[in-house]
Design a binder for this molecule. Sequence first.
Ligand code: SF4
Ligand code: SF4
Length: 593
Amino acid sequence: MATPAKTHKIRMMEQQLQKKLNRQVVGSIVGCVHCGMCHTSCHYVLTHPDDPKMTPSYKADQLRKLFKRNHDWTGRAFPWWVGADKVPLTDDDLTKLQDIAFGTCTNCRRCTFNCPMGVDTATLNRIMRGLLTHVGVMPEGVRVVSKDQWELGNQMGVLREDYLDTLEWMSEELEEDLGHAEATIPVDREGARIMYAINPREVKYDPRTIKEAALIFWAAGENWTMPSEGWDNTNFGLFSGDDGLGGTCGQREYDKARQLGVEKIVISECGHGYRSTRCEAVNWAGEAQPFPMESSVMTMLGYIKDGRITVDPTRNAERVTFHDSCNNARSCGFFEEPRELLRLVTMDFQEMYPNRAENYCCTGGGGAMSMSEYTPRRLKSAKVKADQIAATGAKIVVTSCHNCVDGLNDLIKHYKLDCKVMQLVDLVANALVLPTRESGAEPATVPGEVEIARPAVALPLAGRTILVVDDEDDVRVFLKAVLEDAGARVLEAADGDEAIAVATAEKPDLITLDLSMPGKDGVEAFTELRRAPGTEEIPVCVITGHPEFRTVIYDRPVAPPEGYMSKPVDEDQLVENLHRILDLEAKHVHPTN
Ligand code: SF4
Ligand code: SF4
């Protein structure tokens, strides 16, 4: 049978591919050795184990074949050898490619982090999406959303008057709630320090988050504004692979910020909005980074650390876990700030595993929520995420991404999980201690104009006395610094005898105990402390560099230690563990709390 001739669309895609080739792209195309190490990092593979078409290398091979056929001598000389004889030729082939590029990959980049060759499969997949959209081949949802973003300036088709009406509505509610004429949402305020750009989902489905952000800005005495145009921080160009749309979306925000003369853009909690506005759109738009841009997570954290707002974490007492948005975490290295903020505004934070760069996608990423034809496959792949969440026992899954909110809500409903999704702005607003409401002081409306009397920030170990026992001076110095930063009063002891003496005299709330020490070692000291009236109930967290002592300490004929950590300890993990031990202890001693 004669081989069909390439269609016009295929030829256009080949020409377009030529424009996308750079060192990073070619490196990922030629770098794959088909070792298979990335395969089990993909949530589609884990949930479709018998389907080889779900593997990252298979997905990326679709672009590889096109490349080899046109840009590599092996493909021209021996096409059958490198798979270049199987390039798409007909429009039916393009439908299959659409299914692969849009329906079997959320561009989450988890496989990239597990590839020894550094192959960026998600980038190749995005390029394939871009080639397809270039010739008009895309899911209907992608077509509609892209059109709205091109024509109306936002991806949810929100009309300008509806956007402004929503801001006015939220502004009036805020003013009414607080009874303060300055508690409003300023629009197009020239010379403001901050321009706040949001996700259109907030206008359309969740305007509460706009009001919460406004409340926080007001409490911080921030000089801020929301723009009447260029307000959509999202960017469907990232998902569709259309760099033209991507650059235009970013440019709208940059132009407006320039016109208003603001110092920086603050991007509300949206993973792909943050990645595209701050990191990618400057490249697509072809301009240098115009001014600083940050996520509202950094802004809120800064307000607490600088004492501009005060929070009470007891208002968020339920167990929370954190879902890393793929775009924030894997693509922008934005791991620790949300955790730091979470620890300041909640009482019981439980990591899900794996997390940070190894976290699994919410499965709604890469524009998946707009492609309803792939919903059954997406929800099947979401089993991995559902299991991750269920294992934490958390009642609240926190995420800093509106897209993830939708993806997580969908899988929570599908897998009937007993939890809900919230964002950090919800938790910070809920924990906010308002000076007018609780101390009678007036908040400032412009930074620096009025000194605000604020109570101290509630640090996780505030009010606690902790005895640090370790024979190494530098370890004690390190632990003391970390614990004092977390609000604790720290006592020190360099051996077992000193530990018993200090503990007996001072009755600390908790003891961190090294095991291997000269003189009376930690095991002996622990046993004596547990047997002595007055110290027997003090919780102990063992911190040791000798794992061989683990069995010994747990085999003592006394109650086991409440915590155990191996050296070197991670600062955040240490504070988190001690906070949890003390919290549990408080609940045990005062069961009505
Ligand atoms: S992308 Fe990397 S890990 Fe995956 S098959 Fe290719 S070389 Fe191996
Ligand atoms: S980017 Fe994510 S969804 Fe796509 S192949 Fe890699 S792991 Fe799978």
